[in-house]
Ligand binder design. Structure first.
Ligand SMILES: NC(=O)c1ccc[n+]([C@@H]2O[C@H](COP(=O)([O-])OP(=O)(O)OC[C@H]3O[C@@H](n4cnc5c(N)ncnc54)[C@H](OP(=O)(O)O)[C@@H]3O)[C@@H](O)[C@H]2O)c1
Length: 261
């Protein structure tokens, strides 16, 4: 298979400073895309950019914005048009995870609810609103949402996260049907639990189940253990390619067999 199948494409990856987003940006650059990297930590973004460039990849720019704020999204869109011109591939990855502020619904902090929905759901909508018209006019585009298996099934004590990811899958379908005639596909990747150096969720679940983290991790998925960020990236690179032109409106689990629907 041609390994540089994204040559000539420009990709924007949100939340590219670490974790899944950094792995996706690296994978898209390896496939030949020119990548735009955004997150909040400038230092971490520079590290990812340096690593990509050291491997021969092309970074259009890095920029730091808070995408939970509407001004931050607008500033990112301005940067894209000024520094990259356009975007062919949009990866909406930045998100507040289920591990943050775990509480039952009746104790949920409304401000945390608002911030989670703003980053996980409204920012992808606003970025699509700004960037998809260019894709439509060029007759090619790829929108890839990093949702979650919690967009398909719930987990307890993370209502804002679960709601945002269910909403993101709904939004994926709503947009996909509108832009289907124009060469633009819209899909969601749904990771299972990924090891991103933050054990708060698994420690919380292990404590509730009365088992050790190691024991819970062993039986977390049918294949055992958590995923690596690099295991999410290849599907994203494929969905961005010409070869995936007939796949749209889909939500695809990458979860070691945890949710089989
Ligand atoms: N890890 C999992 O188990 C898992 C499972 C399923 C789905 N997911 C989803 O995958 C995506 C990435 O998760 P991850 O685990 O890789 O996350 P992570 O390691 O916590 O990284 C989150 C990324 O998003 C950026 N970010 C966070 N808040 C932001 C904000 N307000 N404005 C702009 N950027 C912001 C971070 O930037 P800075 O670091 O620079 O602040 C970072 O680059 C999320 O949408 C998450 O819901 C994760």
């Amino acid at each position: 298979m041609h390994t540089k199948w994204l040559t000539g494409r420009t990709a924007l990856v949100t939340g590219a400073s670490r974790g899944i987003g950094a792995a996706i940006a690296t994978s898209l650059a390896e496939a030949g895309a020119r990548v735009c990297l955004t997150g909040r930590s400038e230092e971490a973004l520079h590290e990812v950019a340096t690593s990509i460039e050291a491997d021969g990849g092309e970074v259009a720019f890095t920029c730091s914005h808070d995408l939970a704020e509407r001004d931050g999204v607008n500033a990112l869109v301005d940067d894209v048009f000024e520094l990259a011109g356009h975007v062919d591939i949009l990866v909406n990855n930045a998100g507040i995870g289920s591990r943050e502020d775990l509480r039952p619904v009746v104790e949920f902090d409304p401000a945390f609810w608002d911030r989670t929905l703003a980053l996980n759901l409204t920012a992808p909508f606003l970025l699509c609103r700004a960037l998809v018209p260019g894709m439509v006019s060029r007759g090619f585009g790829r929108v890839i949402q990093v949702a979650s298996i919690n967009g398909r099934v719930p987990s307890s004590h993370g209502a804002a996260y679960v709601t945002s990811k269910h909403g993101l899958i709904g939004f994926t379908r709503a947009l996909a049907i509108e832009v289907a005639p124009h060469g633009v596909t819209v899909n969601a990747v749904c990771p299972g639990p990924v090891d991103v150096d933050d054990d708060r969720r698994i420690a919380f679940d292990a404590a509730r189940a009365g088992v050790t983290v190691a024991e819970l991790e062993r039986r977390l998925t049918p294949m055992g253990g958590r995923l690596l960020p690099s295991e999410i990236a290849p599907l994203t690179a494929f969905l961005a390619s010409d070869g995936a032109r007939s796949i749209t409106g889909q939500s695809i689990n990458v979860d070691r067999g945890m949710v089989m629907s």
